[in-house]
Design a protein around this ligand. Structure first.
Ligand SMILES: [Zn+2]
Ligand SMILES: [Zn+2]
Length: 146
């Protein structure tokens, strides 16, 4: 999806956060991503900056604390962040963890929507973090190619 600088500013402002250059940049990286990103992923996508990696990390945590970002997946003990605002999609869908490249991808919600759940499990299932593991399509393709 992606958001403009102006939209990023507004999100920070509406959440009561100070607008700083690294915070804006981190927010936009999350908005641009198709799946949850680890701290290292965010650093890689920011590319060459003068910002200290610790600054980037603090901003991720800050965005999470403010409810702008959410930890969508915790594969291998690494927190992966995704934008929670403004769509309110807290990534309550299954994620796929690739055991080769470590990428975490969002899976289509249809995969679990077909589960018919009755009380008292409805709430539990909605809040579950579902993780599927294996080899992502890119890695599978590379294996075939080599
Ligand atoms: Zn992979
Ligand atoms: Zn997701």
């Amino acid at each position: 999806m992606g958001i403009t600088r102006g939209e990023a500013r507004k999100i920070l402002h509406d959440s009561g956060l100070r607008v700083t250059a690294p915070r804006l940049a981190v927010l936009r990286v999350l908005a641009d991503s198709e799946g949850p990103l680890s701290w290292g992923d965010v650093l890689a996508r920011l590319g060459d900056t003068d910002w200290n990696p610790a600054t980037v990390f603090r901003n991720l945590v800050k965005l999470r604390d403010a409810g702008v970002a959410t930890v969508a997946a915790r594969a291998e003990g690494i927190d992966r962040y995704a934008l929670a605002h403004p769509k309110g999609d807290a990534h309550r869908h299954p994620h796929f963890v690739c055991e080769d490249c470590g990428r975490v991808a969002c899976l289509p919600v249809e995969l679990t929507a077909s589960l018919s759940v009755d009380e008292p499990w409805v709430q539990s299932v909605e809040n579950a973090s579902v993780e599927m593991r294996g080899h992502c399509p890119d890695c599978l393709e590379q294996e075939v190619g080599s």
